[in-house]
Design a protein around this ligand. Structure first.
Ligand SMILES: [Zn+2]
Length: 261
């Protein structure tokens, strides 16, 4: 049997899955994707994710507020998210990070939410999952600043999810203790992710779909789902010039160690 895979980032709580979630998960299991981790968007998404995780084996949950939802979120939402940490199915903090692509009117609020998540990850010992869109410099600077003032900087670990290069950002993230989440965009033509990947240490690579978004080739433009993480693994195997099983072994081991699952 082929080696198993882990989808470290799939939004199973998204309404696009609400009609056929059980089938989506069954197809993932059939494809050998035996663990999936659901990132949080807002408080409601954590509640939905926990309901899914309680009904299916191999599914875990993160707690946090997505940067794109920071604008409408209240400070109390951060405390509510933090209350989920400690639940046995909550294995990560996130997704947090910075998104400067859509709207630049609340950069500071995003940064302050990011700082909260970094501190929560350090105090809980859970990995921190970060989203980065056109914000690499500020993201790296805020993390470095928090580590400088932390009494336990060595505890910070996590994932730069949907890593899309360039190599120097990947290296900086790794230096700060992070893994890189490789998703569907590695399968796209002229992908900057693919270009940066050879320079990244294999022991810091994990796989993801980011479903329902960013479906890999040959499903680009369609709804993405966790079973498709196998296409991501196939492309990584091409780049690494090794077998898909080898990619599965390395990335599954990395993800299991990181999330303690
Ligand atoms: Zn995401």
């Amino acid at each position: 049997m082929a080696a198993t895979l882990i989808d470290t980032h799939v939004h199973l709580s998204h309404r696009k899955y609400s009609d056929d979630i059980d089938d989506v998960i069954a197809r993932a299991h059939e494809a050998g994707v035996d663990h999936m981790v659901i990132p949080a968007i807002d408080i409601e998404s954590i509640e939905i994710a926990l309901q899914i995780a309680e009904r299916h084996r191999g599914i875990y949950v993160m707690a946090g507020i997505h940067p794109s939802h920071t604008k409408e979120a209240a400070e109390e939402d951060l405390d509510r998210a933090a209350e989920f940490v400690g639940h046995e199915l909550v294995v990560g903090v996130g997704e947090s990070g910075l998104d400067y692509y859509w709207d630049r009117t609340f950069d500071e609020k995003q940064q302050s939410f990011l700082r909260f998540h970094i501190r929560l990850a350090i105090s809980s010992g859970l990995p921190l999952i970060l989203h980065n869109r056109e914000a690499s410099a500020d993201l790296l600077a805020v993390i470095a600043d928090e580590l400088d003032s932390s009494s336990h900087p060595e505890r910070l670990r996590g994932i730069f999810h949907c890593f899309s290069g360039p190599a120097d950002v990947g290296k900086a993230a790794i230096e700060l203790g992070f893994h890189l989440g490789i998703g569907g965009n590695v399968t796209y033509k002229n992908s900057p992710t693919r270009e940066a990947l050879p320079a990244m240490p294999r022991e810091r690579i994990v796989l993801e779909t980011d479903g329902p978004f960013l479906a890999p080739v040959p499903y680009r433009g369609k709804r993405n789902e966790p079973a498709y993480v196998r296409y991501v693994a196939e492309t990584v195997a091409e780049v690494w010039r090794c077998s898909v099983d080898e990619v599965a072994d390395v990335t599954t081991q990395n993800a299991r160690a990181l999330f303690s699952i």
